[in-house]
Design a protein around this ligand. Sequence first.
Ligand SMILES: Cc1cc2nc3c(=O)[nH]c(=O)nc-3n(C[C@H](O)[C@H](O)[C@H](O)COP(=O)(O)OP(=O)(O)OC[C@H]3O[C@@H](n4cnc5c(N)ncnc54)[C@H](O)[C@@H]3O)c2cc1C
Ligand code: FES
Ligand code: FES
Length: 493
Amino acid sequence: MASQHEVMVNGTARPLTGVDPATNALDFLRAQGLTGAKEGCAEGECGACSVMVARPDGGDASRWTAVNACLIPAAALDGQEVVTAEGLGTPEELHPVQREMAVRGGSQCGYCTPGFICSMAAEFYRGDRQPVAAAATSNGSGPHTHEADHEHGENGFDLHALSGNLCRCTGYRPIRDAAYALEQPAEGDPFAERSSRPAPVAAHTRLEGASGIFERPADLPQALALLAEHPGAVLVAGSTDWGVEVNIRGIRAPYAIGIDRLPELRTFHVGDDSVEIGAALTLSEVERGLEGRIPLLDQLFPQFASRLIRNGATFGGNLGTGSPIGDTPPALLALEAVVVLASVDGDREVPLADYFTGYRQTVKRDDELIRAVRIPLPVSGIAAFHKIAKRRFDDISSVAIGFALDVQDGVVAKARIGLGGVAATPIRALATEAALEGQPWTTDVVRAAAEVMGREGTPLDDHRASAPYRSAMLGTALLKLHAQTATPQEVGA
Ligand SMILES: Cc1cc2nc3c(=O)[nH]c(=O)nc-3n(C[C@H](O)[C@H](O)[C@H](O)COP(=O)(O)OP(=O)(O)OC[C@H]3O[C@@H](n4cnc5c(N)ncnc54)[C@H](O)[C@@H]3O)c2cc1C
Ligand code: FES
Ligand code: FES
């Protein structure tokens, strides 16, 4: 491997020489003596491995972004800038986040602490974080500006930034106190200043080792040519699924293609009749880009894993797995999304409703990748995403439901309902849609349609939920949607 492959860690270049493509960023950092970041689970669940990476943030700016180092191949950080807890402050001169955690008792055994520090520091530096009073008087509005509530501090700190970090001994109150005590970065803060400059460009990378080859092409034509040469190569985007396969299942890729920074997969375009979302934009980036334009997705995002995972996870990866329990398909089915597939032969477009063909099977050929997802505009007036899972955050769905309904003059003009977790593939609830369309949006009609919905799909028993429970959840979801959205006349009150 050529020695120019290196990662800038806490301002020091760390060569990737001799690093196997299957080595994750956490093991790479710890092998350098940077043992602050810990391995708690190696599957993205605990955040003990959290580090900050400088990511693009539109124009010439960058954004410190917290990610799970245990999931990302070290090779994917070639040319990138990483900051670990060691790089933020020193025992003599603590970083504001470290100081608040120390003085407010936010750390006991300390195992989780460096990970919390990095997630908290990324939120500390979030450019649009501002105190509530300032947000109220400036033009601060939209999905990232909040009143102080049980999840947002007076200082604008969004506790969801810590939703991917677990602490087993301190208790979360002192950690929350530390987060809410943070002020704005001081004048001249080097990390805040770094954000006004662009993130490093993605380097062309080729790393060979005993487990295989990791290659990051420079652009889409190169990526498609590599895929044509190595059909079935593993495409690595955010690596939030792939990293688990590597760490927990011990799977190795003879050939992996890094696609997370391909410019053609990171486009975002809002047109008159559709929004096109690049397949390699992270969910956090899509959420910011949409600025509330698609309310159904705004309901989905906070329920999808944790902020740490959403900082890596992509639409392309969620659809690329073909999983029947991914959370984006039920929402995207309800939104009548189209998948744009690319190969050396060019693009082809497939309605998502025709994309899944069987358990983890799709129409995507081995020489194709997902370039983008297109959502038609305007979106329906009634939208909801219901996720039934054992935990509120950072859990896989037992059942997920996306609703998009148009009700005009009290009559359901259009109903699109996507379901996950109740069949071998994500499906549309076609019988329920038919039971609703053209009918008044009334309690009686909805009760009858809810019975139909309870019979949709072919739910199975597994460790997450029983089949009868899944069916019951389908029916009650429609009743809940009606109760939350109908007018008093429609409810019959
Ligand atoms: C702790 C944890 C919590 C999670 N919670 C949720 C959750 O709440 N809901 C949920 O739906 N998922 C969840 N996931 C799963 C995962 O985060 C998502 O599936 C995510 O969208 C994967 O995106 P990625 O970019 O990380 O994919 P990667 O891991 O990079 O890739 C996953 C697969 O998709 C393929 N792929 C990637 N990009 C493309 C593309 N553009 N074209 C074709 N194929 C592609 C890859 O080859 C690979 O096989 C969770 C994962 C973890 C670790
Ligand atoms: S080690 Fe638990 S999330 Fe990485
Ligand atoms: S301080 Fe012990 S796990 Fe958090």
